[in-house]
Design a protein around this ligand. Structure first.
Ligand code: SF4
Length: 62
């Protein structure tokens, strides 16, 4: 499943990177998915990072 980060919601807390640095990074102050990992949404750790994002900026879907 595809992971997306909405830069309109993200405020750059970096929590997603702290939780899962193999998938998330920060670009220009906003959370982003490391290229090549966009379809890693089936990983339970990705789902947890999405749930724990303080601004609900991470979406995991088709
Ligand atoms: S946890 Fe959420 S608010 Fe924080 S950097 Fe990641 S996407 Fe942005």
């Amino acid at each position: 499943m595809r992971i997306t980060v909405d830069p309109g919601l993200c405020y750059g807390s970096g929590e997603c990177v702290y939780r899962l640095p193999s998938v998330f990074t920060v670009v220009d102050g906003f959370g982003a998915v490391i290229p090549g990992h966009e379809n890693a949404g089936d990983d339970p750790e990705v789902r947890e990072a999405a749930e724990k994002c303080p601004s609900q900026a991470i979406t995991v879907g088709e």
